[in-house]
Write a protein that binds this ligand. Structure first.
Ligand code: ACO
Length: 441
């Protein structure tokens, strides 16, 4: 018997099966041969919310949730945040290595030259209501880009794929900035090719009548670091969405739109917006104990706390706290940080949070920084989506090159009715007439 295998005994039949174990997993399809009779479908696993299911082999991002480790392609997140730009990290995620100086120049030039939106896309954005949520605008316009680049449907062609990857990473910042300006009723600002990715984003957000936008280097670097921290997080809800939609060979604009829709949920990337609402509701440090009591009674959740994978401090939250201090030196202190710090202190001493291993996640502090920079909470998830596009696309590229992958199509345990037939009035004495179709009691 091979060492890396296990024996499963089915007590329904008293039969034993040897199942190979690879990288700490068994293949769910190996369970299919466990049957009670030749016409039995075979054993399946039941795993709602994918609590214990690996859906792919990936070499992009490594997380050890118990130790609080996050690495992209082998580099610790704090190393990358300290030493790299967002575009270098995006390249790393997509290509597996940090770029050489020549590769970096080429990559930055390509991204810079694809930041413009087609004028018809600009007009498309004009069609949104004046107060449309920016995340709704981003999701819809991302999907609409599929109509601007019809070649994108050639997802099996690596060169076509690469062109769309460049376009999406380049245009995410423009789409985000335009959704911001639209809500303010301000004219859209065209990209400025002299500026870095973050500086140009700030230019498109905040330039008014001045001929050239000059970004605060501290804020531009802070944004770049936040982009690095948010760029990928292995098989999270939105990346999984990207892979599921991508597995049907939908084009990457549509798959990214689906992934962004998943990100918008308050249990995922939408949590950063919810954290600010929560801090507003708490109002002052003296109200924290009463708020924590409501959380423990199960009335509400502490937004920005807890994580499916991290059962230790989220390493991104540690870096974000340091960035917050640098940002506040430019913008002035956001008083909400004091409520957040006190909330964290009280929660981390409380048995409820300690026993459940609930720690602040990336969303707990990011919104406070964004608000200090002048963003409304509605923009926070859009800011998350800009860099996460690099992660989605890296996951998509890996998926498209993986010979193990097929269209995603889970199984179900059917709990509905056995076969029955439609009965008309008068055909069944126990039937109750509802319109013309009968419902049986
Ligand atoms: N506040 C209070 N209790 C919580 C919280 C929270 N934020 N998170 C989890 N718990 C409790 C649950 O009620 C549960 O308690 P129980 O065992 O008594 O029933 C226990 O901790 C385990 O929680 P689950 O919901 O089973 O954990 P799961 O892995 O399914 O959920 C999630 C993870 C969705 C992130 C959850 O912690 C949560 O809702 N947090 C708040 C929203 C948030 O901050 N989301 C951002 C996550 S990071 C990101 O996506 C970018």
């Amino acid at each position: 018997m091979a060492n890396d295998s296990m024996t499963i005994t089915d007590h329904r039949t008293d039969k034993s099966y040897e199942v190979p174990v690879e990288c700490g997993t068994i293949r769910a399809m190996d369970l299919r041969k466990i049957k009670t009779s030749p016409d039995d479908f075979g054993l399946m696993t039941y795993d709602p919310a994918f609590m214990n299911t690996a859906c792919c082999k990936s070499s992009i991002t490594f997380i050890d949730g118990d130790k609080g480790i996050l690495r992209y392609r082998g580099y610790d997140i704090d190393d990358l945040a300290e030493n790299c730009t967002y575009l270098e990290v995006a390249y790393l995620l997509l290509c597996g290595e940090l770029p050489t100086p020549e590769q970096q120049n080429k990559w930055v030039a390509e991204i810079t030259h694809h930041t413009m939106l087609h004028e018809s896309t600009k007009q498309f954005m004009d069609g949104f209501r004046y107060d449309a949520h920016p995340m709704g605008m981003l999701v819809s316009t991302l999907a609409a880009l599929s109509t601007v680049y019809p070649e994108a449907k050639q997802v099996l062609d690596p060169e076509v794929r690469q062109r769309q990857i460049v376009r999406i990473i380049a245009k995410m910042a423009t789409l985000a900035a335009y959704s911001y300006r639209h809500r303010l009723g301000q004219p859209y600002i065209y990209p400025d090719n002299d500026l870095s990715y973050s500086e140009n984003f700030m230019n498109m957000l905040w330039r008014m009548t001045e001929p050239k936008y000059v970004a605060s280097p501290v804020l531009a670097r802070a944004l770049d670091i936040l982009f690095i921290l948010h760029a990928d997080h292995e098989q999270n809800c939105s990346s999984t969405t990207m892979r599921v939609v991508g597995s049907a060979q939908a084009d990457p604009y549509l798959a990214c739109a689906a992934a962004a829709a998943a990100l918008s949920g308050p249990l995922h990337g939408g949590a950063n917006e919810e954290v600010l609402c929560m801090l507003d509701e708490i109002g002052s440090a003296k109200n924290i104990p009463a708020y924590i009591k409501r959380v423990k009674q199960g009335e509400i959740k502490l937004m920005g706390f807890g994580h499916r994978v991290y059962k230790n401090y989220d390493p991104r939250a540690t870096i974000i706290k340091q960035v917050a201090d640098q940002v506040f030196e430019v913008t002035g202190r956001n008083q909400k940080i004091d409520i957040a710090l006190e909330l964290e202190r009280i929660a981390l001493e409380d048995d409820y949070f300690v026993q459940r291993k609930l720690y602040p996640n990336v969303d707990f502090y990011s919104g406070i920084i964004y608000q200090a920079m002048g963003f409304q909470p509605e923009m926070f998830t859009v800011l998350f989506a800009i860099p996460r596009a690099a992660g989605w696309l890296a996951q998509w590229k890996e998926l498209m090159q993986d010979p193990d992958q097929k269209i995603s199509r889970p199984r179900q345990i059917f709990t509905g009715r056995e076969l029955r037939t439609v009965q008309r009035a008068g055909e069944h004495e126990n039937a109750k007439n509802v319109g013309r179709i009968l419902v049986h009691q």
